[in-house]
Design a protein around this ligand. Structure first.
Ligand SMILES: NC(=O)c1ccc[n+]([C@@H]2O[C@H](COP(=O)([O-])OP(=O)(O)OC[C@H]3O[C@@H](n4cnc5c(N)ncnc54)[C@H](OP(=O)(O)O)[C@@H]3O)[C@@H](O)[C@H]2O)c1
Length: 283
């Protein structure tokens, strides 16, 4: 598995297994065990996914040493502010049943972001988290918050796939060697993307499926990708992307699919309120 070096010197597997929308108490446990068996060594969860305990249990039961598996979790909005963030991290560690998290992210860029980030910086100094990053920051939101931080985030986890290639954000992040983590790398299962002729022609040429071509393109572009699946065959297939390479001409054809727009606009009015109403982790 290819690893990407972060700007703090740590490395991260280029393909991670995303567990958003997979229920706890069984389905996440089964999916994570299936992913680890297939060769994934990077799992992406969050407090607001409500499935950290299944992730931890699957890691323990896998028989694979903890230090061989890269775990990401995320602080939820309800826990922003310095004191609340410290408690939020402790709750995640407890649910995971782990004494450290490899990468811990501010899940959303609203509210007391600076206070929460300070708590993450301290947690990193204490060894409770190895690397710290952010998520859902557009260039405008990045410029609003990050210049106040003492530590530059290692990643910005954002919506990113061939239809929305985040060109402006990438140019901004490159200056500080901040990596893009592509969430919804398969467009959240977007059929229009998975049946796009540029994608399907490449799939046929390389004897791969559409999902594998899309993920290969993204990894070749330098993104860390987080495909989700509950289907053991697709789980295994989504990391079988290191035995072929797209040519520069093919990469250009994939780059031309960019529409510059995604499904989620972090700058839209009322987003923070909507998220807080939909994901209540404390009640
Ligand atoms: N930071 C954030 O705010 C944020 C937001 C959204 C997502 N994320 C992260 O990103 C991860 C992935 O996002 P996502 O789950 O929304 O979308 P995704 O990975 O782009 O797509 C998942 C969908 O595609 C299907 N699928 C998986 N592999 C496939 C393949 N090879 N061919 C065709 N269809 C395939 C899955 O169905 P089956 O399960 O039936 O295979 C599922 O419906 C999440 O799990 C989470 O870790 C982060």
């Amino acid at each position: 598995m290819k690893r990407v070096t972060l700007n703090d010197g740590n490395t991260i597997p280029a393909v991670g297994f995303g567990v958003f929308l997979i229920p706890n108490d069984g389905p996440t446990y089964d999916a994570v065990l299936s992913a680890l068996k297939a060769g994934y060594r990077h799992i992406d969860t969050a407090a607001a996914y409500f499935n950290e305990s299944d992730v931890g249990k699957a890691v323990r039961d896998s028989g694979i040493r903890r230090e061989e598996i890269f775990i990401t979790s995320k602080l939820w909005l309800q826990d922003y502010g310095y004191e609340a963030a410290k408690k939020g991290l402790e709750t995640s560690l407890e649910k995971l049943g782990m004494d450290y998290i490899d990468l811990y992210l501010l899940h959303q860029p609203y509210g007391d972001v600076a206070g929460a980030w300070k708590a993450l910086e301290e947690a990193k100094a204490e060894g409770k988290v190895k690397s710290i990053g952010v998520s859902n920051m557009t260039p405008k939101i990045w410029n609003e918050f990050v210049p106040q931080f003492d530590t530059v985030p290692v990643v910005n986890q954002v919506e990113c796939n061939p239809f929305f290639q985040q060109k402006e954000l990438r140019a901004l992040l490159e200056k500080d060697d901040v990596k893009i983590e592509a969430y919804q790398p398969l467009g959240h299962g977007n059929t229009e993307l998975l049946t796009n002729p540029v994608v399907t022609e490449l799939a046929e040429k390389y004897g791969k499926n559409a999902g594998q071509v899309i993920l290969r393109f993204e990894v070749q572009e330098g993104f860390i990708v987080l495909p989700k699946s509950e289907n053991p065959e697709r789980i295994a297939g989504n990391i079988e992307i290191f035995d072929f390479e797209l040519s520069e001409e093919e990469m250009e054809k994939m780059r031309a699919l960019d529409t510059g727009k995604g499904g989620h606009d972090p700058e839209a009015p009322g987003v923070a309120e909507m998220l807080l109403a939909n994901y209540k982790i404390h009640d």
